[in-house]
Ligand binder design. Structure first.
Ligand code: C2E
Ligand code: MG
Ligand code: MG
Length: 562
């Protein structure tokens, strides 16, 4: 038996009533210091082998076992071997009895659980940290926030959350690659940590969303100043491998002094405020108030309804005619989206297109608009005497432009309806065109190669310059309604329209005046050499049938002329 015990791979030992070693297995001795044999250890105590704290704890455990007869099972403890300061063992200790059943000492064995312990620690770390930045993750944030709320019970005060979302982070990823995107995120994490106080928690919730938790704000601490510092830190230039990847952020802040508040709900509130900051134009912060939540709920409801709207066939198109300013003939129409909502009636695109863009629904909706407008165009073209140069204008949102499959989608739709590419004109706004320049330029040129026309919509409201236009292969310039409105009233706007028209012509583009509402405006745009006009004065957006009727009456009138 002694032989067996001595040679087992288990680390076992027997001790007397004073916790002096009577016997240890050789595995036990080898686990300590190389060169020490089992025999060397007989008569020693833990105080000779281990550090003070461990030895004392072991001694106390053993004395308790001797006093009570109760075993100690699988106690996980740090065993500070002199040369392995960070070893962990699971120890079982039992009373050692003689033949008469009297306790004469203790015996036990221990397993090295260091590897297991390390794995557990790593798991624990992973469970509460974001692997990319090393910041706290959502679970850890919720946990610390809940703790901070509980602390408010003991010590009344106020805590704050600063919720940050980077502006236009996706294009960084798309254009410069995920590694560059990751480096940007790591840099943002570093900057946030630098400005955080020691008690603060900086967390990354995934993607490009970060939260700073300030667990105890002083009386005169202003969370808005913190938000400003966060915005400034994010906006600092970031150059990565010689490329400028600088971004801005949108921030929502919320504070609470209510220990009964729910951690998850507070984070959501900050998120809602952040969305308000985005909607207000980004690179700014908004303070949460409850009405924002109502709006968020309303927009969520609308989103849910919009998701079903396509399937239920509630989306439809109306068409606004475009007229030539030289002979007043019908030259085309712009397809404009409408939503026949079961309760609200017809909803205008301004109320749901931005939402569709934000919530990733614009792809499916855009595909519907493209298909439906092309189907309609093909149907019109079958009418006898339909204008041969008639062009269908279709609005394309910026989000659709970031889909590299758009050119192919357009090509397939044209083919399906047997439409000559030059009969289709895609309208893109300035901001959409310039936002993500490189890929968009590529996409636009492949659309051009297809033969599709490109119009720059709402020209004058963004930052496009004529130099951009030349590079981006724009065929048609649509001068925004805001300029047309001022014609005759503001000499400056009149000059701008004249100059833009002249330069557009020089670059080989044609010019459309949008939103012509009065006879005076019509006269003005004609005299300023715009090519075509669109507006309520000439015709409002209308159903497809009405446009056919309009065309017939135009033809009759033209035919009646001598
Ligand atoms: P937009 O492309 O600039 O379209 C012209 C807008 O001006 C239309 O508003 C039209 O009804 C309006 N309009 C035309 N003439 C006049 C006028 O004389 N006076 C005034 N005050 N307004 C006039 P609508 O249909 O409400 O569309 C608004 C915007 O929604 C469009 O601006 C476009 O950016 C977007 N949109 C419409 N349909 C679609 C679509 O199918 N897809 C996408 N992505 N966006 C769309
Ligand atoms: Mg348009
Ligand atoms: Mg427009």
């Amino acid at each position: 038996m002694r032989n067996l015990l001595a040679n087992t791979a288990q680390r076992l030992w027997f001790k007397d009533l004073d916790s002096r070693i009577i016997f240890v297995s050789s595995a036990f001795a080898e686990g300590l210091t190389p060169g020490v044999s089992a025999a060397d250890l007989v008569g020693k105590t833990d105080f000779d082998i281990f550090g003070e704290d461990h030895a004392r704890a072991a001694y106390e455990d053993e004395q308790r076992i001797i006093a009570t007869g109760e075993p100690l099972v699988d106690k996980v403890e740090r065993e500070d071997f002199r040369d392995r300061p960070d070893a962990w063992v699971a120890t079982t200790k039992l009373p050692l009895r003689d033949e008469a059943g009297r306790i004469v000492g203790t015996f036990g064995f221990s397993r090295d659980v260091t590897a297991q312990r390390r794995a557990e620690e790593a798991l624990l770390y992973q469970a509460f940290h974001d692997p990319l930045t090393g910041l706290a993750n959502r679970a850890a944030l919720v946990d610390r926030l809940a703790q901070s709320l509980i602390a408010l019970e003991r010590q009344p005060g106020r805590l704050g959350l600063v919720y940050l979302d980077l502006d236009h982070f996706k294009p960084v990823n798309d254009h410069f690659g995920h590694e560059a995107g990751d480096r940007l995120l790591v840099e943002v994490a570093r900057r946030l940590q630098r400005l955080a106080r020691r008690a603060d928690t900086v967390a990354r919730l995934g993607g490009d969303e970060f939260v700073l938790l300030c667990p105890s704000l002083h009386e005169d601490d202003d969370l808005r100043l913190v938000a400003d510092r966060v915005l400034a830190a994010v906006a600092e230039p970031f150059v990565d491998e010689g490329r400028d990847l600088s971004v801005t952020g949108s921030v929502g802040i919320v504070s609470s002094s209510d220990p009964g508040a729910d951690a998850g709900a507070l984070i959501e509130d900050a998120d809602v405020a952040m969305y308000e900051a985005k909607a207000a134009g980004r690179n700014r912060f908004k303070v949460f108030d409850a009405s924002q939540r109502d709006r968020a709920v309303a927009s969520h409801e609308l989103e849910v309804e919009l998701r079903g709207a396509l399937e239920r066939g509630e989306l439809f198109l109306v068409y606004q005619p475009l007229f030539s300013l030289t002979d007043r003939s019908l030259t085309g129409a712009e397809a404009l989206l409408r939503w026949r909502h079961p309760e609200r009636g017809v909803v205008q695109p301004s109320e749901f297109v931005p939402l569709a863009e934000e919530r990733g629904l614009i792809g499916a909706i855009g595909a519907f608009v493209l298909d439906e407008s092309c189907r309609q165009l093909a149907a019109w073209e079958r009418y006898r005497g339909w204008p041969r140069e008639f062009t269908m204008a279709v609005n394309v949102s910026g989000r659709q432009l970031s889909d590299p499959g758009l050119a192919e989608q357009v090509a397939r739709t044209l083919w399906r309806h047997r439409i000559e590419p030059s009969r289709l004109c895609l309208e893109v706004t300035e901001t959409a065109m310039l936002g993500q320049s490189r890929d968009v330029a590529e996409l636009l040129s492949s659309l051009s190669r297809l033969g599709v026309r490109i119009a720059l919509d709402d020209f004058g409201t963004g930052y496009a310059t004529l130099a951009h236009l030349q590079r981006l292969r724009v065929d048609v310039l649509k001068i925004d309604r805001s300029f047309i409105e001022q014609l005759g009233r503001s000499p400056r706007d009149t000059e701008i329209v004249a100059a833009v028209t002249a330069m557009a012509h020089a670059l080989g583009m044609s010019v459309v005046a949008e939103g012509v509402e009065t006879a005076g405006q019509l006269e003005a745009v004609a005299s300023l050499a715009c090519d075509r006009a669109q507006g309520y004065l000439l015709a409002r957006p209308m159903p497809a049938d009405s446009l056919v009727a309009l065309q017939h009456s135009l033809r009759r009138r033209a035919g009646a002329r001598p």
